[in-house]
Each structure stands twice: as C-alpha cells, then as structure tokens.
Ligand binder design. Structure first.
Ligand SMILES: [Fe+2]
Length: 243
C-alpha cells in the first residue's frame, strides 16, 4: 500500500503529513501561531478536510502548538497516548522530578522550554486514545502503520512505524538537530526508559528514523550513539511543574 510522506515544516521542527488511502495523517504540529502557514502548505497537496487524523507523539508545545485549532479546522481525529491527555489539559510543558537536560546548551534554553505554555486541549468524542501497543487503530483500519510506545524523553512519547517501508517517525525519542549531539534529545524525563526506547526502535528494524528535530538518519546511528550519554554529566532540571 502506497503511503506518501510529505514534510511541511522546517528543519528545526518537522511537520510530516502522510497520504494514505483513508485520507491524510498529520504527525504533530509545530509551535503556536503556525496554522496559517501549515494549512497553506498542506493545501498544496489536498484540501484541509482530507486531513483525517492528527497523531501526537507527545505533549510538548513544539508539537501541539496549533493542534487544537487544526483538529477543529480540519475536523480531524486526534490520536494520542492516554498519558498525553492530562498533559494536554494542563496547558504547560510537564517537567516531572528526575527530568534532565543532556547538554549545557539545552540547559541554557531551559527557561524557554519550561515556561512555554501549550494551548490546553481536551480530546473530543472522536479522539482515539491509545493505552498500550495492543491498541493499534491504524492497523485496525487496514493501514500498515504501527504505533510504538517510546517513553523516556517524556512518559507519553509514542511513534509511528510504516510497516511496509520501515520509516519510523520517532518524535523526540531521538533527534538530529544542532542543539544536541549524537542523535540525543535535549531533555529526558527518565533516562533508563529513554535508552530502552532506543533499543525498542532498533528492535523493530526501521529503514530510517525521522525525528521531529532535524533530518532523517539511518538506524545504525542509534547503535553508534546508544552509549553516548553513559557516564556523562546530565544537568538536572531544577524545578518541577508536576505535583
Ligand atoms: Fe519534546
């Protein structure tokens, strides 16, 4: 089954959209205020009403910035982790105890990361809330698209694997931007889980990894950099938004 991949964001924050026989699937949205440009670019491929699903990899503001507006404008169905639901409702980037920054640059940006508010979203009755990998709404619809649970960067991190091509949209479970070396994310809530999620990505044998931040990269990079952070100093996030 042919699933076309388009990218309508920018190198810092990718916005992938997938054309399937059942309509289009958005993988996250960018920062708040981006809907107009996003819709203009999307409409270069199809009318916005053909966007049927908006898949959320996790509830950080650079992924949910105009998600609520997009769901409403397109009439699309939200697909997200059960653990994203309270984070979406809270309207602020979660920063649970134990969260660390992996680089000094990221720590310097911490104020911007911490205090950036999300637009609160309460999923409506059409939303598809996934609890674990037994929940596979796209496979159930006949689309060869598998949801993977990749906690660590955040507790609610999930990803999409195109089963026929091996393309893995990993959200922030790994990255490829100048802000963090070695395919790391800049912020990690649980480092042990984060490393296990790298193992999980390798276990599904992807052909390439498509992170939200930066360009796609080969899965061999995960092997190469799997132990990059072992023994390195991680910088604790000093405050906590969680109670
Ligand atoms: Fe993130």
């Amino acid at each position: 089954m042919k699933i076309k991949i388009r990218e309508i964001g920018n190198p810092l924050v990718r916005s992938y959209v997938l054309e399937t026989p059942l309509g289009w699937i958005a993988v996250d949205t960018g920062y708040a205020g981006g809907l107009k440009q996003y819709a203009r670019r999307f409409c270069g491929f199809a009318p916005l009403r053909e966007l049927k699903f908006a898949f959320l990899t996790h509830a950080h503001d650079d992924h949910t910035g105009f998600l609520g507006e997009l769901l409403q404008t397109a009439g699309a169905r939200l697909v997200c982790s059960e653990k994203s639901v309270p984070r979406l409702a809270a309207g602020i980037n979660a920063m649970p105890p134990g969260t660390v920054y992996l680089t000094r640059t990221a720590a310097l940006l911490s104020g911007a990361i911490r205090h950036r508010a999300l637009s609160p979203i309460i999923p409506n009755e059409s939303a598809i809330i996934v609890r674990n990998e037994d929940d596979q709404p796209f496979l159930a619809l006949g689309l060869p698209i598998r949801i993977l649970f990749l906690p660590g960067h955040t507790a609610d991190s999930i990803a999409l694997l195109l089963e026929e091509t091996g393309d893995l949209f990993c959200g922030d479970a790994a990255g490829n931007s100048f802000l963090a070396p070695a395919r790391q994310s800049i912020l990690v809530e649980d480092f042990a889980e984060y490393q296990r999620s790298w193992d999980r990505m390798l276990a599904v044998n992807p052909s390439r990894i498509l992170p939200t931040h930066g360009n796609p990269f080969p899965p061999e990079d995960l092997v190469r950099y799997r132990h990059f952070m072992d023994g390195r100093k991680r910088i604790p996030a000093k405050e906590s938004n969680s109670r």
